[in-house]
Ligand binder design. Structure first.
Ligand code: DAH
Length: 342
């Protein structure tokens, strides 16, 4: 017993002399003096000894315990005294900068356009990404089984309606919100709708399964094509500079009549011709047209009284062209080497 006690004491003191931090001191304290500590267990075992032995070793054990506790508090004091120097903070040193995040380039362009349209009195609206077949296609003058559906294949949700048809789709365009907006607010109306759309596409540098669009519509009495052209010209100048020109050529979209595309002079070569614009000098960025009477009717608006125009920008594409980004798959890559450039 005596040996045992002395050995523990020596061991503890040797280890205490090596201690450099208050954390390791605390660990050591637990290891020896804690509830299940080595010394605690030896002291506890005293009660199993006979009366004579208890007398003999009891006193020794108490002395050992006292010595060790004293040594502990001595080391603790030395550590505390030296801590002042360790913890000294030079407040005049420059701090470590916390790197700040920022908005995604598409969000930046979206915000810029939202501000621009708000200033012209447009509402900024939202619509569901999981859309019914009715709003995504039928209400936009694309009946079931119409070949126009081939232009936009999408992801169908595996849930049939009461007629046994797949009824829910991931919206392929923001255009369904045209009808929702007319139903909710009636005419006259001016609104833009930025949002995420989905297509079942084989992806490449120009195509993604997830893309961003910005839809717009204006419905009022006596609205005509020239109103639309003026707005679209203003957007081009806003995004790509005052020199930017707009070219419109007829194009089929089921929900407008007449329908047109919209091309701006290439922002990279200023119309001279380069790789980005495939040497044409023009970049196709939007679809637009005068809203089809069937679509106005679906929105509860009387086509005899009101007319309107609508347009849809590819927001991803606008951003791609604004910054000369060659591969649109980078947008969704989450790659910081790409994102931190904006
Ligand atoms: N929704 C069309 C698309 O995704 C773009 C579009 C074309 C929107 C003509 C319109 C429009 O509002 O009038 O390809």
């Amino acid at each position: 017993m005596q040996d045992n006690l002395n050995k523990i004491k020596e061991k503890i003191i040797a280890e205490l002399n090596k201690i450099k931090t208050s954390d390791s001191l605390r660990d050591l304290e637990i290891q020896y003096l804690g509830r299940k500590g080595e010394l605690t267990l030896v002291l506890k075992s005293l009660k199993d000894l006979g009366v004579e032995e208890k007398k003999k070793f009891g006193q020794l054990a108490n002395e050992v315990k006292k010595d060790i506790e004293e040594k502990f508090s001595e080391v603790k004091k030395t550590l505390e005294a030296s801590r002042g120097a360790e913890d000294f903070i030079d407040v005049t040193l420059p701090g470590t900068a916390i790197s700040q995040g920022h908005l995604h380039p598409i969000t930046q362009v979206q915000n810029e356009l939202e501000d621009f349209f708000s200033a012209m009195g447009f509402m900024v609206l939202d619509g569901p990404e999981l859309e019914s077949d009715y709003y995504n296609f039928q209400a936009l003058n694309i009946p079931k089984h119409h070949p126009a559906r081939d232009m936009q294949d999408t992801f169908y949700i595996d849930k049939k309606n009461s007629e046994g048809e797949l009824d829910l789709v991931m919206r392929t365009q923001t255009s369904p919100v045209q009808v929702r907006a007319m139903q909710k607010y009636g005419a006259p109306i001016r609104a833009v709708v930025p949002g995420r759309c989905f297509r079942s596409e084989a992806t490449d540098v120009r195509h993604e399964h997830t893309l961003y669009q910005l839809e717009g519509l204006v419905v009022d009495e006596n609205i005509n094509f020239s109103h639309m052209k003026a707005i679209l010209e203003a957007v081009g100048k806003k995004l790509y500079g005052q020199e930017t020109k707009l070219r419109m050529r007829p194009k089929y979209y089921p929900f407008v009549e007449p329908g047109s595309n919209g091309e701006y002079t290439c922002s990279i070569c200023q119309g001279k011709g380069c790789r980005l614009c495939k040497h044409t000098g023009w970049l196709e960025i939007l679809g637009c047209g005068m809203i089809h009477p069937n679509v106005l009717r679906a929105g509860g608006v009387d086509p005899k009284k009101y007319s309107g125009f609508a347009f849809g920008f590819g927001l991803s594409r606008l951003t791609q062209l604004k910054y000369g980004i060659e591969d649109n798959r980078l947008f969704m890559s989450g790659d910081l080497r790409f994102l931190t450039q904006f």
